[in-house]
Design a protein around this ligand. Sequence first.
Ligand SMILES: Cc1cc2nc3c(=O)[nH]c(=O)nc-3n(C[C@H](O)[C@H](O)[C@H](O)COP(=O)(O)OP(=O)(O)OC[C@H]3O[C@@H](n4cnc5c(N)ncnc54)[C@H](O)[C@@H]3O)c2cc1C
Length: 476
Amino acid sequence: MGTTVFERQRPPASVVEHSLAQSVHSVFWRDDLPRTLMPDRPALVGTHRADLVIVGGGYTGLWTALLASERHPGAKIAVIEAQRVGWAASGRNGGFCEASLTHGHENGMARWPDDMPLLERLGMANLDAIQASEAQYGMDFQFERTGQLAPAVEPHEVDWLKEWAAEGAEGVRYLDQAEAQASVHSPTYLAAVWEKDACGIVHPARMAAELARVCEERGVEIFERSHVTGLDTSGPGVAVATGDGRVIASHAVLATNVFPSLLKRNRLMTVPVYDYVLMTEPLTAEQLASIGWQDRQGIGDLANQFHYYRLSRDNRILFGGYDAIYHYGRRVDPAYEHRPETWQKLASHFFTTFPQLHGVRFTHRWAGAIDTSTQFTAFFGTAREGRVAYAAGFTGLGVGSTRFAGEVMLDLLDGVSNERTELEMVRRRPLPFPPEPAAAIGINATRWSLDRADHNRGKRNLLLKTLDALGLGFDS
Ligand SMILES: Cc1cc2nc3c(=O)[nH]c(=O)nc-3n(C[C@H](O)[C@H](O)[C@H](O)COP(=O)(O)OP(=O)(O)OC[C@H]3O[C@@H](n4cnc5c(N)ncnc54)[C@H](O)[C@@H]3O)c2cc1C
């Protein structure tokens, strides 16, 4: 097997060790929230009535609540969150807010080629709406419409970039090696594509916290530390219950993403895949000058096991990705968030990417569960005679598309037919993952194959080709 640039150009072990020595296991974005954006909200106690009850206080639940408050002024809306608003994926992600609703153009073309022009238009409109929402609602989640840079770090990836650029999509610019390295000074870059319009970067935890604040200003009630254990539709509406309270509503939205669904039919639809992240200290002006990056694009390299990295408002670098770890039994478990070997690998890859930053320290390290579905993007639907709507399975690309999911679920509950509800992606559910042990065997064999492909000029083995042909697979 061949090697990757991250193995050929390893930094000294002492650089990696020093960089991690004082990092804390904590989510930078959450630690960076002002206290005013983390009010202590009440738990659900007693019986409440509402028009719409939403289970889950991440982006999906909060966008749904905000959009519902606009569609149905005066409606009584309640959000019930098991822990704290935005504590899960929505508060700990990379903050790449992409236009794509299909986990990239290629994945969309492979599944819904006829719908792709519409999906891409709707995705861009969704991203524009998120950008506009800061001014519209007086929110500050540090949105920057930076676009995204996709560098090739292995020779075979350069051809992929050329093919991508040759498709001639608007806003896509091919950069040769000199141009790519002039933009961001990494010696690993062999070429790059800069997709200028289709991505922004945000402060993820602020986005969740600001959505919650604006929802409450508009009369939405949010309950925290209230784990919903029951969904009862035997009466006329929907009753959702925690240990101490319940909400009886006309309709319910399930925005619980990678966590066990309250609907049995959705239990096998997602698997949690753990993704790991590092955050540096703020760079000095000289350190920043040494890497260029004037355009502040979000960066994602092209390998199957890819890295994503970006600047924060105060010029830290968030560096995440590569390992994507599935644990037998598909549980979401805080114990899986601790993985020193992955953080060491990420730190090593960071200094391969930016050797001029030797000496920089990481202040934070953390992990989170990626909401993987077999079609790599969200699925939608209703249950219980149309009284309950759900969306889940964003597969690591939900910062933008969760807002779109909110619109879709409200369409479905309102019983309207429009260009969103007509999409095949919305009308058809993907295949579930198999139960254990098949899930673990299949996912881990796929991961092994993807790693081999990255070490073998991108060549996909028989397993990957078969999965490609079946429209199945595994990604983060
Ligand atoms: C490390 C990491 C990096 C990522 N990077 C990016 C990125 O750069 N760009 C991007 O687009 N996407 C990224 N993602 C994915 C993105 O964060 C998610 O797709 C998105 O946040 C999903 O939002 P959500 O509201 O559906 O889910 P969540 O944020 O997980 O919210 C679901 C909420 O439901 C609550 N809940 C679950 N069950 C119950 C219950 N029974 N009762 C009450 N409450 C319940 C949970 O407590 C949770 O708060 C990343 C994810 C991770 C983990």
